[in-house]
Ligand binder design. Sequence first.
Ligand code: FPP
Length: 261
Amino acid sequence: MSPLVDLRRLPRHVAIIMDGNGRWAQCQGSDRTIGHQEGSRAVRRIVRASRRVGIEALTLFAFSEQNWHRPPAEVVALMELLRDFLISERDELLENGIRLRAVGRVEKLPPRVREILDPLVAETAHLDGMTLTLALSYGGREEILDATRALARRACAGELDVDAIDEAQLEGALPSLAVGRVDLLVRTGGEQRISNFLLWGAAYAELHFTNALWPDFDEAELYAAIAAYQGRERRFGRVQGATTETTAPVLPSLAHEAAGE
Ligand code: FPP
């Protein structure tokens, strides 16, 4: 492992936008689906490395809500790769204590994927070695919209006081927040965008962009991202280094207003 990584100061929750499969294939003169196949190998590699290093939660952007608009043959190929990945990784997940979760509009996934995904999520639900979350048919805006609708429904049913809705309550309705806020967000492939990933949870994430195309993203790249994270000072909007996010203190004068005085 890279000597640059301090195992006592690991990011708890790492999220990755896996970009560059298509360009990787293009560089090889291959079809895009070959790039996704190699990307799937990189997923295996990085899940193993993350578990080994001691990351608690890893969230991977495997298929966005917008990816449904790709050519049908590519969508089918991605779904088959996902199915193959889930089948081939089952034992590995169980042996290494990895809990699998899926976030996103998973109801849109084909039954061929759901019939493998759902039992594996249930089978690994009790494991606590690391949580691997696959974002599938996922969009950050869509997730916030769905949570808003869920809270509004509860309010209409009289189960929820609208004025009592706070950050914690909204986060409780956001499935991607079940493993906590994101500490480190990595994007491969040279683009520097968040692309509708984990919009709420990544609000104060440290961002790391690398030109490496996802199929080339290896253990050394992961350690370099963690080392970069460890070199940052996280302030969460404050002036001095802070280790955690806290709710902003309310100024005394505003506290009176908030109390309706
Ligand atoms: C972006 O590359 C990647 C995706 C749209 C999907 C990510 C899929 C995988 C890594 C493989 C399968 C996943 C699992 C979990 C087994 P791109 O096609 O947008 O690349 P480009 O920007 O170079 O065209």
